[in-house]
Design a protein around this ligand. Structure first.
Ligand SMILES: [Fe+2]
Ligand SMILES: [Fe+2]
Length: 135
């Protein structure tokens, strides 16, 4: 069983948003495997950098899609993204400051946040898309 298991209830749009989320799940698993198997710091550093960058890019892409859908709770949703981005930046700073526990912490933080955020908040987009599809 993967560290972060993809599940049907994570599906939002069967399109670009799911593709991003799946890529993030894969990267979280990659980071977890690397940290738990004692892979070299260089490799861990590379995965971490990719994961942080990809997460931030995803949040921006998602907000753009929400704008185009006239998503009603955009500001509230954006606030959630901003708070999480701040958390990511703080972790990145800690890592750059030499903390070696950050890499494994990052996989936990991302798994927990993504699984909750997708199921609770991104899900509103799924409901919106479904509502519009039946009209
Ligand atoms: Fe998302
Ligand atoms: Fe989101």
């Amino acid at each position: 069983m993967a560290y972060f298991e993809w599940a049907d209830d994570l599906v939002i749009d069967s399109g670009p948003i799911d593709a991003d989320h799946m890529k993030l799940v894969a990267l979280v698993n990659e980071l977890h495997t690397a940290t738990s198997q004692g892979t070299g710091q260089e490799v861990i550093h590379k995965i971490m950098a990719e994961l942080i960058t990809y997460t931030k890019e995803h949040l921006q892409r998602e907000e753009q899609i929400m704008v185009s859908l006239h998503f009603p709770n955009l500001e509230r949703h954006k606030d959630g993204h901003t708070r999480f981005t701040e958390k990511l930046n703080a972790l990145q700073k800690k890592y750059e400051g030499g903390s070696i526990t950050v890499a494994s912490q990052l996989s936990t933080v991302l798994r927990d946040w993504l699984s909750l955020h997708i199921r609770r908040s991104d899900k509103e987009m799924k409901m919106l898309l479904q509502k519009r599809a039946v009209r």
